[in-house]
Write a protein that binds this ligand. Structure first.
Ligand SMILES: Cc1cc2nc3c(=O)[nH]c(=O)nc-3n(C[C@H](O)[C@H](O)[C@H](O)COP(=O)(O)OP(=O)(O)OC[C@H]3O[C@@H](n4cnc5c(N)ncnc54)[C@H](O)[C@@H]3O)c2cc1C
Length: 391
């Protein structure tokens, strides 16, 4: 068994680490203090993404992406995840279901999105539909040569900077006909309802948008009518694994900062790292990160190079997201404790990590929903996917 990263993977890791240190981390204070970035800082960071070749790392080269496999994406996103303020969201990754677009749709949406000229946001959640997307009330009805969309979407991440949406709607209000529509933001009937504030500081916003009699062409359907849930599932699998990568990166930074602080901070005549209560917290942090990261990289390898099929990956991605996000939450909490009062100051990265990692147990399916997916796999196919080993 050879679990070493290849020289190409290591080069990518170094490039991502350097990008995070040089481009993202210097923007953290501005992002926190101004609740986002100035136009100038954002433009500079965007240019750096292109210069470093980190645009659309999740799409194939013929669609304008960088063609990184899932393991390479993990290697990169782990480094980006070290940055606070969700600055990791600056390097755009057009939603993966866009890979299923027609040639014409790719021309209009995916290719410019890979170049950074357009940006998408994925709108599934509603006031009455969260964990259970079958409760979506956004409808699409056919009217001549158009579809007409009506509904309201919540928590639309990066909806403020997006110029088109992937809208998960039910054709004729029928959950069996869940369908994803490509909707330009500037169409008549698309209305920004409000932009709520959240616990974390996030470089972009998560607005609520209403779609009021929005007319789109018949060619606005992504995939097919009724294929919406499958497309959204593709998105979940990718995002859940990448949440695993970013939360492992964030947790590792929290450990780095805590270890440095514990060695320097002197109380009762010696550095606090010398107190076993503190040392044991650090030990638990390191061991838990090791466990989560081992699992993340194994599943990344299975996805990229081990031939895991879609069903298996869906089951594994839930375990990765569950374990990595819960681990990172515990690690960040310990990091705040080790930093004492400083750990509660927003100017400290550990405070921001602690606040920002909370959502990773909620979005893209809560921890309870990940356990449901795992439970479903156990009932249907047993525990081999989790307790066995790829051969
Ligand atoms: C900052 C942020 C950004 C987001 N970005 C997006 C986005 O870009 N696009 C998008 O579509 N959505 C987005 N979301 C929505 C997110 O995915 C949902 O909030 C999440 O899936 C949970 O849905 P809910 O909030 O409606 O909670 P609910 O589904 O109402 O759940 C409430 C509680 O009940 C539990 N629960 C529900 N069902 C079960 C069950 N069967 N068994 C056990 N427990 C259960 C949940 O785990 C949770 O603890 C975002 C959310 C946040 C906070």
């Amino acid at each position: 068994m050879d679990i070493r990263l290849t020289p190409e993977d290591l080069e990518l890791q170094e490039r991502a680490r350097e990008f995070t240190e040089r481009v993202l981390i210097p923007l953290e204070r501005e992002c926190e203090e101004h609740d986002g970035l100035s136009e100038e800082s954002f433009a500079t960071a965007k240019q750096a993404v292109l210069d470093t070749g980190f645009n659309a790392i999740n799409h194939v080269e013929r669609d304008g992406g960088r063609g990184f496999d899932v393991l390479q994406q993990i290697v990169v996103e782990e480094q980006w995840g070290r940055a606070t303020g969700a600055l990791w969201d600056i390097p755009w990754r057009p939603s993966i279901p866009l890979a299923k677009a027609t040639a014409d749709q790719k021309e209009r949406y995916l290719l410019p999105a890979c170049r950074g000229e357009r940006r998408d946001a994925y709108a599934i959640t509603e006031e009455h539909a969260g964990s259970d997307p079958s409760m979506v009330r956004t409808t699409a009805r056919r009217d001549g040569d158009a579809w007409v969309l009506d509904g309201t979407k919540w928590h639309v991440t990066s909806g403020d900077v997006a110029d088109f949406f992937l809208v998960h709607a039910h054709v004729d209000a029928d959950p069996a006909k869940a369908t994803v529509f490509l909707v330009d933001k500037d169409l008549p009937g698309v209305r920004l309802v409000r932009t709520p504030k959240y616990s974390h500081t996030f470089v972009f916003e998560h607005p609520i948008f209403a779609f009021e009699g929005v007319r789109v062409g018949l060619d606005a359907v992504l995939g097919e009518v009724g294929a919406g849930y499958e497309l959204t599932k593709d998105w979940f699998v990718e995002e859940r694994i990448m949440i695993g990568a970013r939360t492992v990166g964030a947790a590792t930074r929290a450990l780095d900062l805590s270890l440095d602080f514990a060695k320097e901070r002197v109380q009762f005549g010696g550095p606090i790292v010398g107190f076993q209560a503190v040392e044991f917290m650090l030990a638990d942090m390191a061991a838990q990160i090791m466990a989560a990261k081992s699992m993340l990289y194994r599943v990344g390898w299975q996805a990229a190079r081990g031939g895991a099929d879609g069903k298996e990956l869906h089951a594994l991605a839930s375990a990765v997201k569950l374990v990595c996000s819960e681990t990172a939450g515990r690690v960040a909490d310990a990091a705040v404790q080790i930093h004492g009062g400083r750990g509660y100051m927003r100017e400290q990265p550990v405070e921001r990590l602690w606040r920002e990692l909370r959502v990773d147990r909620i979005w893209e399916g809560t921890s309870e929903i990940q356990r449901m997916v795992i439970g479903n796999e156990l009932r249907k196919r047993g525990h081999e996917a989790y307790t066995g080993w790829p051969s």
